[in-house]
Write a protein that binds this ligand. Structure first.
Ligand code: FE2
Length: 384
């Protein structure tokens, strides 16, 4: 996040002597991305973060690709993904390219005692159903319906769900996920025209230092494999931290829509960006107010990107017969647009209650076997 935060106790000057009551030194760790030139935080551990006791056998979680080269409009019933007891097992990757993986999960709970760390990718978790607490060395974030949780690569975390009915959309991005540059000034502050501001962010709070030696399993994802590590110390043994690199949450419900007299293009809905993709939020809003405006979108030739739309709630004005949790994939290369009758129907309408997340990957997505298992047949003919 491009704004500075500080939690717990840290020394006055970085990289200087900082002792515990016992006289032992606290262990300083620079936690950053993009080498030493991206955003980073300085973490102060009770114990060195390097004390590996055991390493288990790595295993692949690489999804199987069903369609490598796709030019067909596709639709998927996301809520047909079956709930599973375990968080990691529940994560089903549906779409893959060299920049990101996109999937759905319906975990009943997090785990029986492990921690997870994605060393490949920053993660975006969109909470469609469920609530609970995101726990990391930086502190806790309470999450609920509509929250996007952004987790920088390398963050060790657990999710404590309050109930077992949970539905998540997830993105693994092989580049850092940022708030769009167009919303920020040269100092990183969110500008007046940004659809959200610093006050909307849910930041890690309630930092607790857990200093209990034992055996702590951290499942580390690297190169599409899970590497089980056992560490001697609890990963949440920080006494303090400061910096710019930390997990946070931002609710889609705090996204203030930008509207106009005539139809506004999709970039006004942008919420996040990474290398070669953007994430947009379509939220309840007033429609265009020119007397002759057409609120439904025009057909468009998204020649430069695929377009994935995840339907969260409400009535999606440009689509017929969509249900909660459905995903459509409109591949770059052929035009797409509203379903028959929906343009005419939209004229004169004053507002929409639609809630949806759109992900536009600039490079084509490959489709996994898991996705084809929940495909809605013949969606590509639905404009006839
Ligand atoms: Fe579109």
């Amino acid at each position: 996040m491009p704004f500075y935060q500080k939690r717990g106790t840290i020394p006055t000057k970085r990289h200087t002597v900082f002792r515990q009551a016992s006289g032992a030194l606290y262990q300083e760790e620079l936690f950053g991305t993009e080498g030493f030139s991206g955003m980073s935080s300085l973490l102060y551990h009770v114990h060195p973060p390097t004390q590996v006791a055991e390493m288990g056998k790595p295993y692949s979680v690489q999804p199987k690709i069903a369609v490598e080269k796709n030019l067909k409009a596709l639709s998927f019933q996301g809520f047909e993904i079956r709930p599973e007891e375990d968080y990691l097992k529940s994560r089903k990757t549906l779409f893959v390219n060299h920049d990101l993986n996109i999937g759905l999960a319906a975990p009943k709970q997090f785990s029986n005692g492990y921690f997870f760390k994605n060393a490949d990718a920053d993660e975006l978790l969109f909470i469609h159903e469920g609530r609970g607490t995101f726990k990391s060395p930086f502190g806790e974030i309470k999450f609920a319906y509509g929250d996007y949780i952004i987790i920088p690569r390398g963050t060790i975390y657990q999710l404590e769900f309050s109930e077992d009915n949970n539905r998540l959309l997830f993105v693994e991005s092989f580049s850092p996920i940022f708030t769009p540059k167009k919303y920020r000034n040269g100092f990183g502050q969110l500008l007046e025209h940004s659809p959200y501001c610093e006050r909307d962010f849910k930041l890690p709070e309630n930092l607790q230092t857990i200093d209990t030696p034992g055996e702590y399993e951290i499942l580390i994802k690297k190169q599409g494999h899970i590497h089980p590590f056992t560490y001697k110390n609890h990963p949440f043994d920080l006494v303090g931290w400061d910096g710019y690199n930390y997990p946070y949450a931002l609710s889609i419900l705090d996204f203030e829509p930008i509207t106009g007299r005539i139809h506004q293009p999709p970039p006004v809905h942008q919420q996040f960006e990474g290398h070669n993709f953007v994430v947009c939020s379509f939220v309840p809003r007033l429609y265009d107010y020119h007397p002759d405006s057409v609120p439904a979108p025009y057909h468009h030739s998204n020649i430069d990107s695929d377009e994935l739309l995840y339907y969260v709630d409400g009535d999606f004005m440009s689509r017929k017969s969509v249900s909660k949790g459905q995903i459509t994939l409109h591949p770059g290369g052929i035009p797409h647009g509203p379903h028959p009758g929906t343009i005419e129907k939209s004229i004169g309408k004053e507002r929409t209650e639609e809630l949806a997340v759109m992900i536009d990957p600039f490079r084509p997505m490959m489709i996994t076997e898991e996705a084809m298992g929940i495909e809605v047949p013949d969606y590509y003919k639905s404009w006839l």
